[in-house]
Design a protein around this ligand. Structure first.
Ligand code: BJW
Ligand code: ZN
Length: 299
């Protein structure tokens, strides 16, 4: 049985099939069913900190050890989950439709891992697997750094019962990661000297290659998108998938697309969690898990 109302599905699919210029704007909800927490919903707290409070240059300046614990943990989590059917469906649409572009706010690497062509995947907020020097004047950057932990000092502590025999199965118990996102689990002591340092300037701390609040989005990414929008005489459709559309300039693409004629389809678990004006004036709303709905929409 269909997970969305048949009438909406039909009118959406009719519009999609005649659309040639299409945008998908993705947020954390796309990766939720893979097991990664969103920012503003349940699971948006890391220990006692709101995720958005750790995602700032000020937090890194104040407590780089804490911010690295957070990002090293997120890298570890992202590497240990899999893309879900929404990532795969979007990747497939990108391969089939030439005029399709994905603008993703996600930094978890799941769209690339699902085979989304890089040429039509714009990572608005960078990637957990890019690393760069935090010294403004040093240009050192690394891409595709999947080292986990990024430095030994940031290794996630595991249960100490690794060698014990489990009486129920009679086999050795696997050591399991402790959930350091839980404030009741002690964070291991961290010597700042053991945080990742820049191999070029030697003095700067490395930092995750993500876009924090107050920072500009990557210039080349913004330029590519502007060019894509500019060369579109009209835009037919924008799909706003699993994002609260509260963070700018990402959310502004909805209004920009609509100015070029786009119809707006929103796919979200929660029909009340979408404040951007452009997103309220939506033409379709599909309520539920993106991992179930997106593949259905593209059938
Ligand atoms: C599901 C689901 C399921 C759950 N299926 N759905 C204009 C107006 C007001 C303020 C500003 C403005 N322009 C700029 C600002 C300031 C600021 C901003 O936007 N603030 C707002 C909060 C008001 N913006 C910035 O600072 C940006 N920079 C900037 O503007 O620079 C200007 C500049 C120019 C030149 C020089 C210098 C500066 C940068 C913003 C960077 C955002 N960074 C983060 C962290 C990235 C790194 C990291 O991951 O740690 O990006 S914050 C965080 O929010 C992250 C996300 O990508 C982003 C968006 O969140 P998202 O994805 O929408 O997640 P949620 O949790 O909010 O929503 C999930 C949704 O999914 C919910 O709706 C659920 O219902 C749904 N859902 N399960 C379907 N299974
Ligand atoms: Zn450096």
């Amino acid at each position: 049985p269909s997970v969305v109302p048949e009438k909406d599905l039909e009118s959406f699919q009719a519009h999609l099939s005649k659309s040639t210029r299409i945008i998908a704007l993705l947020g954390a909800g796309v990766s939720a069913s893979s097991g990664l927490p969103t920012f503003r919903g349940a699971g948006g707290l890391w220990r006692t900190h709101a995720a958005q409070q750790l995602a700032t240059p000020e937090a890194f300046a104040r407590d780089p050890g804490l911010v690295w614990q957070f990002y090293n943990y997120r890298r570890h989590m992202a590497l240990n989950v899999k893309p879900n059917p929404a990532h795969y469906a979007l990747a497939e649409l990108a391969r089939k439709k030439e005029g399709f572009i994905t603008l993703s706010q996600n930094v978890d690497g799941l769209s690339p891992r699902a085979g989304h062509p890089a040429s039509s995947l714009k990572l608005l907020h960078g990637s957990l697997f890019d690393v760069k020097c935090s010294d403004f004047f040093c240009k050192y950057t690394e891409v595709d750094n999947y080292t986990d932990p990024i430095v030994p000092a940031l290794a996630i502590p595991t249960t100490s019962d690794g060698d014990e025999i489990d009486p129920t199965t009679n086999s050795a118990r696997q050591a399991r990661d402790l959930d350091i996102s839980d404030e009741n689990v002690d964070l291991p002591e961290l010597d700042l000297a053991h945080l990742p340092h820049c191999p070029t300037c030697k003095t700067g701390l490395l930092r995750p290659g993500v876009v924090w609040f107050g920072e500009a989005l990557p210039v080349n990414v913004m330029d590519d998108i502007e060019e894509w929008i500019e060369k579109s005489k009209t835009i037919d459709l924008i799909m706003v998938i699993g994002t609260s559309a509260r963070v700018y300039p990402a959310a502004a693409y909805v209004d920009q697309a609509r100015e070029k004629g786009a119809r707006v389809a929103v796919i979200n678990m929660d029909k009340n969690d979408i404040p951007a004006s452009g997103v309220y004036k939506r033409d379709w709303f599909f309520e539920g898990d993106a991992a179930k709905i997106v593949p259905e929409l593209f059938k």
